[in-house]
Design a protein around this ligand. Structure first.
Ligand code: ZN
Length: 87
């Protein structure tokens, strides 16, 4: 069992409070998940904004990675068909 770690807000250093507790089915077991937020509403809304931005940036990056991968595959296919000339 992991020992409970105090969840401190990284912006203001206040101890975060539990805002939501729900049970989630993960595989065959039910896991209790808690969502903790900063008690400072303004601070939390800033965090939410940052999280959203981060998520979008990450999704953008993932999308670009996929596209680059697809392009590479296409190029590889093109090169292969060039090299393989029928006799
Ligand atoms: Zn905070």
């Amino acid at each position: 069992m992991p020992k409970p770690v105090k969840n401190i807000c990284y912006r203001c250093g206040k101890e975060r409070i539990v805002s939501k507790v729900w049970k989630e089915k993960v595989g065959n077991s039910i896991v209790e998940t808690t969502e903790k937020v900063c008690p400072d509403k303004e601070c939390q809304s800033m965090i939410n904004k940052e999280m959203k931005k981060l998520k979008t940036t990450r999704q953008d990056r993932e999308q670009k990675k996929i596209e680059a991968n697809n392009n590479r595959k296409k190029e590889a296919l093109k090169n292969r068909s060039k090299k393989r000339r029928p006799n």
